[in-house]
Write a protein that binds this ligand. Structure first.
Ligand code: P6P
Length: 337
């Protein structure tokens, strides 16, 4: 690893990136550091969940009729407060909010960016110590600077993301984020309390021996997906599935693989949400040399109609995703022969 990249903290790294663009305002760097601060506070809470009385339900349901966990609410508040009090975000949307929140004050209205996030994905797994995570995507607003942001600033295709990332709270806390310049991973160093560069320039291996899907839904998958899974099994591939998107996709990104959450009879659009689960990971995967499709088109090309719309997802090693796409094409040809 070149000395100049060795263990840079997130702050040092984002400032080093900023130096490469003298005309940059530093707003995106500041926004990423804000998210890193919120993530440290969330990790401090998540990592003591078994000891403190913060597991279990917060006593209400979100827009998806899912019971909100206490830690979901905590993570939501940490991200909202840091972004609200910072100087780099005009507004937010979240899995835990019905609509957008506009940070309508003089300073925040001057911000170029809006942020969408899933504050704590997989939180129902916390009581079994499965890794969970925060997922976020950053967009340049379309409405004019100086005015309050609006829904149109959020309903953009994922290809418009300026940055996207996640923090995985597992055996350690690791923040991975992508800009068009690359994907980099930062591991929280408890000795200094900073995210430090541990995985520079991440690339998703093009080939793999692992696939990741909830086999329990096999009977509900369309023929092309079933055909692909059989091919994986005939090739002797391993099946890995944590049931936590951040854990499953992080492994897929680092080691290669293909993560599948297909549409099914009980969930015609799939389960995972386009704007704050699928799009950030799809952006990261593509920058890292992988692929991410809904079965028929790039996820990042989908024009969203709703903040919370679901999206079938197949992402990971480019060759595996291409093979999956072929299986679905063959299914279509056979069913229309
Ligand atoms: P299933 C966790 O509840 C989650 O939202 C994602 O993190 C994960 O990938 C998916 O749902 C797991 O869903 O239906 O396999 O339990």
């Amino acid at each position: 690893m070149p000395l100049h990249k060795k263990n840079l903290t997130l702050d040092e790294f984002t400032i080093q990136q900023l130096r490469m663009f003298p005309n940059a305002t530093g707003e995106l760097s500041s926004l990423l550091r804000d998210i890193g601060l919120a993530a440290k506070r969330i990790y401090a809470e998540v990592s003591k969940a078994g000891l403190a009385d913060i597991l279990g339900s917060a006593g209400y349901k979100n827009i998806h009729a899912e019971t909100v966990q206490q830690l979901d609410a905590f993570a939501q508040n940490q991200l909202r407060n840091v972004l609200r009090n910072g100087l780099s975000c005009a507004g937010i949307a979240s899995e835990e909010m019905d609509g957008i929140e506009v940070f309508d004050d003089v300073m925040n209205n001057k911000s170029k960016y809006v942020v969408m996030f899933d504050p704590l994905d997989g939180s129902t797994n916390i009581d079994t110590n499965t890794a969970v995570g925060t997922i976020f995507g950053v967009y340049r607003r379309k409405t004019s600077i100086g005015s309050p942001c609006a829904l149109e600033d959020f309903l953009q295709p994922g290809v418009n993301q300026v940055a996207a990332g996640y923090i995985i709270y597992g055996s350690s806390a690791m923040m991975v984020y992508a800009t068009r310049r690359g994907v980099n991973g930062f591991t929280l160093d408890p000795a200094i309390g900073e995210f430090s560069l541990s995985h520079p320039d991440i690339h998703c291996p093009s080939e793999t021996d692992t696939y990741s899907v909830n086999q329990g839904y096999w009977c509900q998958f369309e023929q092309g997906v079933q055909d692909f899974i059989v091919r994986c099994q005939q090739k002797g591939m391993s099946q890995r599935y944590a049931g936590s998107m951040v854990a499953d996709v992080h492994r897929t990104l680092i080691k290669g693989g293909i993560f599948l959450y297909p549409a099914m009879h009980s969930k015609p659009g799939g389960k995972l949400r386009l704007m704050y689960e699928c799009n950030p990971f799809a952006f990261i995967m593509e920058v890292a040399g992988g692929k991410a499709i809904n079965g028929y088109e790039r996820i990042v090309d989908i024009m969203p109609a709703d903040l919370h719309q679901p999206c079938p997802v197949f992402m990971g090693s480019s060759l595996a995703v291409s093979e999956l796409r072929l299986c679905l094409k063959n299914q279509y040809i056979l069913s229309h022969a």
